[in-house]
Design a protein around this ligand. Structure first.
Ligand code: NAD
Length: 467
């Protein structure tokens, strides 16, 4: 579908009316339609793999292996999971009733919401667009997908392939800038599913309030990783590799659930830094700028944003590894910083790039107060064998999720809800949670006409009062 900015608002009306008409026809409610669309999505991912690899390389410099691991492979898994569970998800569930309702039966009947808008971000342009789409289709909705304009090659592939593989009267991709996003937000939707920044999330919520549209907000996260002294860990190298992949090895740190900063004990810091340096070299070579295993920064604006974080002299003084930047190639070297002052911007905002501050603590248990004193993160990571510390992290802090001894992997678990809490967002998806995000569970109560209790009805009197 063409860019709305070129076609004007009238086209939008027509496109949306076509979607509403499709929804009213009832075809998207059929299990066969939902199944056919999920299969079409599977074909798209399998047959257009090369185009997807190329677009991700072009927009963000992702290596095909990383693209397969984080986008295509994960999506294929999710579609297959939805196909396997669809019948069960779509089935009505019997509900128990209190004795006073006897004789009656009741059930929960899942119904689609209708016309839904999915707005997505650029860092996983396929994953963050298609993962919600899987849920929206499985639940029987008609959908407008608005990908991010910051990954234009990916946005264009999404538009072309979805148009040709899926039912284009039921699923449409509308590309464009924030002004297109704004035009879309003026419309009345039955649900808005938004992935992006907290700033734009607020704009989306204000627009949704006008029509009382329900929203899911998948927002930013400044995710800490508590790294306990590795002496008690099974395999130090594995732990450090997982930490590094949770930062530098996934979209160069441009990840909402990426490790934003590390919390560790002061006495352990130099060991940790030395081990990290050695493994960075192993992963990205002597000259990481030459490496094709680290993605590039999405654009000049974000490159300069990261450069500004680093240019603060107080921050610069804390760099213990890396720190080189190449504006022409939008490259930033994997960079480690120890104890940048907490009042600097790098510790105040989501970093979203390959800069990794390590904040040192007297005792690892101090990490709990540190996390609690800040906005609720999307995820908390903890690399530890200390079960007491693990329990305290789970029960004393609040975050969208907690993952022990690895990073980012929880995104691929269909049985776990993915979503934030507090400023990291609300609502959840993945697997059945995606189906639920686009479903209204309708309460259906069936009363039998076999018996009746006469005292339920007026006129009221003293005798009835005594019963
Ligand atoms: P963004 O908020 O700038 O953009 C998200 C979407 O909103 C895009 O499609 C964009 O075109 C649209 N948009 C931007 N400005 C708009 C406006 N004024 N009116 C209407 N629409 C507008 O976010 P981004 O830069 O694409 O993504 C980065 C942010 O997203 C980070 O904070 C990151 O943590 C977060 N994120 C969260 C998740 C998650 O699952 N929780 C995943 C990825 C990214």
């Amino acid at each position: 579908m063409e860019d709305l900015t070129m076609s004007g608002g009238l086209d939008l009306e027509r496109e949306l009316e076509e979607l509403r008409e499709t929804y009213r026809s009832g075809k998207t409610k059929e299990a066969s339609w939902r199944r056919s669309q999920l299969r079409a999505l599977l074909n798209l991912l399998q047959e257009r793999e090369d185009d997807i690899f190329q677009a991700l390389k072009q927009d963000i410099g992702k290596h095909p292996v990383e693209s397969y691991r984080d986008e295509i492979g994960t999506l294929i898994k999710s579609v297959n999971y939805a196909l396997g569970c669809l019948k069960q998800w779509m089935s009505s569930k019997r509900a128990k009733l209190p004795v006073v309702a006897f004789p009656s039966t009741a059930e929960l009947v899942p119904e689609p919401l209708g016309l839904v808008l999915v707005m997505s971000s650029w860092n996983f342009p396929f994953g963050l667009s298609l993962e919600p789409l899987i849920g929206a289709i499985a639940a029987g909705n008609v959908v407008v997908l608005k990908p991010s304009e910051l990954a234009p090659a990916c946005s264009s592939i999404l538009a072309k392939t979805i148009h040709s593989y899926l039912d284009n009267k039921a699923v449409k991709v509308i590309q464009g800038s924030p002004s297109v996003g704004d035009q879309l937000l003026q419309q009345k939707w039955d649900k808005i599913f938004f992935t992006g920044s907290t700033r734009v999330g607020r704009i989306v919520m204000s627009a949704a309030a006008k029509h009382l549209t329900p929203v899911t907000m998948e927002l930013g996260g400044k995710c800490p990783a508590v790294v306990d002294s590795l002496s008690g860990c099974w395999d130090k190298e594995v732990v450090i590799k997982r930490v590094l992949v949770g930062k530098f090895g996934t979209c160069a740190g441009q990840v909402c659930i990426g490790i934003d900063y590390i919390l560790t004990e002061k006495t352990f810091t130099s060991t940790l830094v030395e081990q990290m340096k050695a493994l960075i070299k192993k992963m990205f070579g002597d000259n990481p700028k030459e490496s094709n295993s680290i993605a590039r920064i999405i654009n000049k604006h974000h490159f300069l944003r990261l450069k500004t974080l680093l240019d603060d002299p107080r921050v610069k003084a804390s760099v213990v590894h890396g720190g080189s930047l190449d504006e022409d190639n939008l490259f930033i070297e994997p960079t480690i910083l120890v104890d940048p002052p907490l009042e600097t911007a790098i510790m105040g905002e989501e970093i979203f790039g390959p800069l990794l501050p390590i904040i040192t603590l007297q005792k690892i248990e101090d990490s709990i107060e540190f996390i609690k004193s800040r906005p609720k993160p999307l995820t908390i990571y903890a690399f530890t064998k200390n079960e007491a510390l693990g329990r305290r992290l789970v029960f004393e802090t609040s975050s969208g999720s907690v993952t022990f001894n690895d990073a980012i992997i929880q995104y691929a678990a269909d049985t776990l809800p993915f979503g934030g809490v507090g400023e990291s967002g609300f609502g959840r998806y993945h697997g059945k949670f995606s189906f639920d995000a686009f479903t209204h569970e309708k309460a259906v109560f069936r009363r039998s006409l076999l018996t009746e209790f006469w005292f339920r009805f007026p006129p009221w009197n003293d005798y009835k009062m005594q019963l």
